[in-house]
Structure formats: C-alpha cells, structure tokens
Design a protein. Structure first.
Length: 152
C-alpha cells in the first residue's frame, strides 16, 4: 500500500522548459528541481518550490493541477497568481504585482497531457493579453520522473 506522508515529499525530478515570445524576442528558461507528483481520482498534481534568484530566502509554492484538457497553476508566496489553461478557451486570470492586481486574458492554443501513474510530460502553449492586446506567446514543457536514488 502506498502512503503519501511527509517522508515521500520531493521524490520526483521536475524539469521545466519555458519559452516566452515578446516584441519579437524569445526568452527561454530551464529549471530542474525536486518536487511532488501524485494522482488523485482523475487528476494529476505537480508541486514544487520556485526560489527567487535575487533573494534566495524567498520562494513560491507552485501547485499544478491537471484535469483532462484543463491545467490550473496556483502560485503562492510574496505575490499570488492563478492561471487557468483550457485547450481552445480564453480565461481571465489574476496576477498580483507590487503595483496591484492585474486581470490578464489567457488563451490556450495547445495542451498535450501525457502524464501517467509514475510521471510523464505536459506541454502547453498559450497567449497572454491585457485589455485584449496581445502581451506574449508562451509555451512550457514539464517532465516529471521518479528520482532514482531516493533514500528511505
């Protein structure tokens, strides 16, 4: 019987490749971190911490819920955000900034969910807009796999 107590935390390697096209320029990031992964009913959950490069004591807790053709990304920390990605649909999402909350439009162009019991891959491409003006085109690929050298 598998349990999900605190001792099993961060037993997965989470690889994130992100790409953002803004004003004709492309910015890419790659992150490899330890995190959590689980399946509950028909939903997958990916959890990991994201640290601020400028202030290493500051971090965000990220929780990604994958349910069919919908991905919800909750980011909690100094500023919160929630991003809802649903293939072929546009949603309004809130981003907290230092200057206040922004209401951002998110349109999901593609969503390829290949997650399974022990991990897998999630690829999403979407656009962000503000007052219906295009801000950026975005894409991310998340790969989740069990750590090989987990000490029990």
């Amino acid at each position: 019987m598998k349990t999900t107590d605190k001792t099993e935390k961060e037993n997965y390697l989470i690889s994130i490749l992100g790409e953002q096209k803004l004003d004709g320029e492309t910015d890419k990031i790659e992150v490899l971190t330890a995190g959590n992964f689980m399946k509950k009913r028909d939903h997958f959950y990916i959890g990991y911490k994201e640290y601020d490069e400028d202030n290493p004591e500051t971090y965000y807790n990220n929780l990604i819920k994958v349910e069919g053709d919908t991905v919800t990304i909750n980011r909690k920390g100094p500023m919160r955000s929630q991003l809802m990605l649903q293939k072929g649909r546009r949603h309004q999402c809130i981003y907290q900034t230092i200057a206040g909350d922004l209401n951002i439009g998110v349109f999901t162009k593609t969503l390829d969910n290949r997650l399974g019991e022990k991990g897998g891959r999630l690829e999403v491409s979407y656009t962000l807009d503000f007052n219906t003006d295009l801000i950026s085109e975005n894409r991310f690929v998340i790969t989740v796999e069990e750590k090989q050298d987990t000490v029990r």
